[in-house]
Structure formats: C-alpha cells, structure tokens
Write a protein that binds this ligand. Structure first.
Ligand code: ADP
Length: 618
C-alpha cells in the first residue's frame, strides 16, 4: 500500500522541517551542560561542607534497594533450604545484615531530613542575594528594555525554583546510580531479563523527553502572558490600588483578564499532553506486559532449577525498582531541563555588564555642563532631549519648566548618569561624565522624584535615615530634617516616636497610615537629611498644600545655601526664585534666563504661563 506510507513519510518530513526551523529560532530553549555545572556550583557554594554528607547519603540511599532485594531474595532461598537442613544459621546472618543496612538508612535519613531544610533555605537566600545585588548594578537603560523585563522574569522564576532544581539535579544523579545498581543486580541473575526490561521502557522514556522539550519551549514562548497575569494580580492585591479598583468596579473584570492570560500561557501544555495521551497509554501497557513476561520466564527457570527460588522475589522487587527508577530518572530530567532553560537566562543575567565607572573622584560640589546633549530612549526614534546646553555651577539654582512630556525628568535622569546622551556630552568639572568615579559623583547628589519611595516596612526615623545610610543614625539630625519638611509634629503623635513602623500592614499595634502628602514630606525630609551638594527636585511637592509648600521651599533654600539645586516645578512661586530658568518644549530649550529677564519678553511662553497661573490664583 504505497499511498498511506507516502503520507506518513510526508508528515515525517514536515515535522523534521518544522523542528529544524524551531531550532534556528534564537528563542529555542537550549539546555547546556554549562548551566548544569553552574547550578551545581551555586549549590556547592551555598551549602558548603554539607555537600559531602549529601553525596554519601544519596549514593547509599540509591544502591540500598538493590542490596535489599538481593539480600531478601537470598534470605527467602535460605528459608527454603532450611526446610530440608533445619539449619537457620544462613538465614539469621542474612537477616542481621538486612537489619543493619536498614538501620543505617534510618540514621542517615534522619540527619538528611534535618540538614535538607537548612540547605533549602541556604540555597534560596544565597541566590536571592545574588540576583538583587546584580540587579542594582545593571544600568537603568538596560533594565528598562522590554527584552530585559522578559528575561528578568525568567531569572526570577529560576531564582525561586533553584532550591528545588538543585534537588532535582541530585535526584537525577541518584536515580542514575540506583538504576545502574539495579541493572548490575539483574545482570547477575539473567542478562535476558535486563535487556527485555530496558527495551520495554524505551518508548515511555522517549515520550517523557519529548513532552518536557515541548514544555520548555512553551514556558519561554508564553513569558509575556505570565507577566501580564502577575502584573494584574499585583495590581489587585496592592493596597495602594484598592480604592480605585473598588470605585471603578474593576475587580471582577481584572480577575477575568488575569485568568485569561494565565490560561493562554498554559493552554499549549494541555494540547501537547493530550496529543501524547494514547502513546503514553500504549507504552505503559508494553512495560507491564514485559514485566509479566519476565516473571513467567524466571518462574520457568526456577522450575528447571537454573535459578534459586528466592530469586523470583529478587527479580520482582528489582523489576519494580527498575520501572520506578527509569520513570523517576526521566521525570527528574524533565524537571531539571525545564528549569535549566531559565538557567541560561540566569547566567546571561549574571554576566550583564555592570554600570561603568571612571577614575576621577569628585570631592566637592562640581560644575556640571550639558553641551549639545540629545537623547532618545532605547527603541525610540523620538528625541526626548534635543541639543540641550546649560551649566550648573556651585551655588546655582536651575528651575526647569515645561509641559508634561517636555523632557524634564529625562534631563535629570541623564544628569544622574542613569542614561548616557545619544549625542553631545555631559561634563563634570570639564571632564566627560564617563571618566568620573560613579560613587564619588553620586555622593554629591541627592534627588527627590515624583514617584518617590515609601518604605512601609521601616520606622519613621529609618524613612529619613535611608537618605544616607553611610551616616550614623543621629536622632537630632533626623528630627531637624523632619522639621525642615514641615513634619516636626509627626513623631510626637506616636507612642514610639521615631521608632514607629509607618504602615499598619507591618505593625499590628498601629491603626493609622500616613496621607499621600505626609509621605511626600517624608521624602523631602529624606532628601534634606542627605544634605547633598547638588539637590535635584522633580515636582517634590505635588501632593502638598500650597501653604506647606511655601514653608518647605523656604527651608530648602536655606539648607541649600552655597550648594546647587535643580528643580522641576509647575508652581511659579517656587520657580521664580531660581538663578536660571529653563523652559523646555518637546525636548528643546525654547527660553532661558532669570525670572525678571523672561517676564520682560513680549511674547514669551514663560510670561504667558506665569500670567495664566497668577490669574488662577486671583
Ligand atoms: P516630563 O518630565 O517633562 O513630563 P519626561 O522626561 O518624563 O517628561 O518624558 C519625555 C519624553 O520621553 C516623553 O515623550 C515620554 O513619553 C518619553 N519617555 C519618558 N520615559 C521614557 C522611557 N522610560 N522609555 C521611553 N520613553 C520615555
């Protein structure tokens, strides 16, 4: 029948073509031995000397079933022989051996149980430190890319699964040792038995490997869907969003979206699993038939006195052992390989170049000059900044004004060195920023952004002290910073004063949370506690009432005397005091000068905006 045969051949050719195309895809999940060694090394470093105990225990535990099967089989034969000879000596010796072997297993097993929990924690903590320490060294521009976000998601998956991955690696090795010992034990009884059993397990092993390869590919392909599901879940569970979600009645809809993304990410796994249902069933039947065949063969050998009676028992036990070893070997290989795919991402992540730092150290307030600086965000053709030039000398205060999206925050990000200009150069004391020692430069800077941090888990005092943890925790200095930010009364409202944990989520005795404006003032206090030589303020008082803002700015100006300040603000009462005002539009400087100079311009943007706001206040 040539036709169906041709069809099968065609389908096979198509499959090969598809698989080859898949492999050429740079996203194809590859497992390398390098990543296996990498995981083993992490495990060894985290676990230290205990590794030796685990190796000894695992080897012992792996060969134990074969030893027990052989000894127990011999014991059965010894009983059978004792029926004629009435000599129980050999049986007693064998039983004593068996007991000793089991006792040893119990002792080692108990120690193992105790050490395992500790080991699990050690590996987890070691890896989580590795990931977070590396993450903060990676430049912002790299962290912000979508590819990095996808990759970092898999890195996090890997980091949280690494304790179980390392255990699976150990399981693979012990299943292998166990398998070899069982094969040796069966070979001593009958090579035919060994060959039949191994051959019968080939189909199910191939199916396991295929399915796990598919699962690896799916895991990678649907990273984006998993990220969406997590993002939605975080939104729902984050108390900051609670009010908005409730008010908009968005909860149920978001849950539906989350489930849809979750289902979509897992659907292909189910489809693949279903495709292999019948082959799976068939391969299991084949294994069972082979096992029964082997037992019948052994029985016949015993009847013909070619094998001892106890060996029936040994073969039966070894058969069970062999089957469970093979399936545990492949299921562990599957687990390991599914997780090791992310190990490649993990290795790449750990090798991401850290932020660059130059040699020249900055020891006092530097002069910063933007010279013809342009900048586009990665993957964007639009210039967020276009040919910007200005100088910030010690003692200067520069205010940046402009509509939303004009490039104000971007300018600050470049000044900090989070991004590098795409054209032009930023000079610090006349030297390009890339030649300046990063830490010494950052120690001159202090910043307060629109999306400032709230350290909910920490105390009131710590929330201020986090501005500069290199300084001692000085209550006086902390209280002074709080006063400058118009928060002098806050500590006295708490029984624990500065030691009060700020969010009720983390303190069972607390019943109140801070308001948005209070959190922002706390961020101002943090920036002032740092007392930097250059203070960068990006709309620092958006959630603060006008009266408090006026007071806070008076305090900031006082504190920054002789030092530099860059401020972004929409409030002209604040902006007008700056020694230089820069008006940005679509990334370009369209006006600059002092308040008085700009207000003189006849058709100036600054003048128009100023008059509009002044009118609004009347
Ligand atoms: P402003 O602070 O003046 O409101 P930004 O400096 O935040 O404006 O943004 C300037 C431009 O750059 C805007 O068009 C904005 O969409 C874009 N932009 C801001 N941040 C990013 C980013 N991380 N990636 C890509 N584009 C960005």
């Amino acid at each position: 029948m040539p036709k169906p045969f041709k069809k099968v051949k065609l389908r096979h050719a198509e499959n090969v073509k598809r698989r080859n195309a898949e492999r050429k895809n740079p996203n194809y999940p590859r497992i390398s031995f390098k990543s296996l060694f990498y995981v083993t090394r992490i495990y060894r470093k985290a676990v230290g000397a205990r590794t030796i105990f685990f190796i000894v225990y695992r080897i012992y535990n792996s060969i134990l079933p074969s030893i027990t099967a052989v000894l127990a089989g011999a014991a059965v034969t010894a009983i059978a022989e004792a029926i004629g000879t009435r000599d129980l000596g050999p049986f007693i010796v064998l039983t004593a051996f068996l007991l000793g072997v089991q006792l040893m297993d119990i002792i080692l097993g108990t120690i193992n149980g105790f050490l395992s929990l500790r080991t699990y924690q050690d590996v987890y903590i070691y890896v989580s430190e590795m990931v977070t320490s590396k993450y903060i060294q990676i430049p912002l521009r790299v962290r912000e890319s979508r590819e990095f976000a996808d990759k970092f998601n898999r890195v996090k998956d890997f980091a949280s699964s690494i304790p179980s991955v390392s255990f699976s690696v150990v399981n693979v090795v012990s299943a292998l040792i166990s398998l070899i010992s069982v094969v040796i034990a069966t070979l001593t009884i009958s090579p035919i038995v060994t060959i039949v059993v191994i051959l019968s397990s080939v189909p199910s092993s191939i199916i396991s490997l295929r399915l796990s390869a598919k699962r690896r590919r799916n895991w990678r392909e649907y990273t984006r869907d998993r990220r969406i599901a997590w993002n939605i879940q975080n939104k729902i569970l984050n108390s900051n969003n609670a009010l908005e979600i409730e008010l908009n009645g968005l909860g149920n809809y978001l849950i539906k979206r989350m489930i849809k993304a979750d289902r979509h990410s897992q659907e292909q796994d189910i489809i693949d699993e279903r495709r292999y249902l019948w082959p799976h069933f068939g391969s299991n039947i084949l294994e069972t038939i082979a096992s029964f065949g082997v037992l019948i063969f052994v029985s016949i050998e015993i009847i013909h006195e070619k094998l001892a009676i106890g060996q029936f028992f040994t073969v039966r036990t070894l058969l069970n052992q062999l089957n469970s070893n093979i399936s545990s070997l492949f299921s562990n290989i599957a687990t390991v390989s599914e997780n090791l795919v992310n190990a490649t991402d993990f290795m790449e992540f750990m090798e991401t170049p850290a932020k660059q730092s130059g040699e020249i150290k900055i020891t006092q307030t530097p002069t910063i000059e933007f010279r013809g600086v342009s900048f586009s965000y990665p993957h964007s053709d639009v210039k967020a900044l276009d040919n910007i030039s200005f100088t910030l000398a010690p003692g200067d205060s520069v205010a940046i004004v402009g509509e939303n999206g004009a490039g104000k925050t971007t300018l600050i990000k470049l000044l900090i060195g989070a991004y590098e200009p795409t054209e032009g150069v930023i000079l610090v004391n006349g030297e390009p920023l890339s030649k300046i020692n990063r830490d010494s430069y950052l120690s001159q800077l202090g910043a307060l952004f629109q999306d400032y941090s709230r350290y909910e888990f920490a105390t009131l005092g710590e929330n201020v002290w986090f501005g500069d943890t290199n300084k001692a925790y000085n209550r006086k200095a902390i209280e002074a910073a709080l006063a400058q930010a118009d928060l002098s009364n806050l500590a006295s409202t708490y029984e624990k004063g500065l030691n009060q944990i700020l969010s009720k989520d983390f303190d069972e005795n607390s019943t109140t949370d801070l308001s948005g404006g209070q959190w922002q003032r706390l961020a101002v206090a943090r920036a002032l506690f740092r007392s930097p030589n250059i203070l960068l303020l990006d709309e620092p008082t958006s959630a603060i009432d006008a009266k408090s803002e006026y007071q806070i700015f008076k305090n900031i100006i006082e504190a920054q005397k002789g030092k530099s300040t860059v401020i972004i603000s929409h409030r002209f009462s604040t902006v007008r005091k700056a020694s230089q005002i820069i008006v940005l539009k679509e990334g370009r400087i369209i006006e600059s000068g002092t308040h008085d100079e700009l207000i003189m311009k006849r058709r100036g943007i600054y003048k128009t905006l100023f008059e509009m706001q002044a009118e609004g206040y009347n």
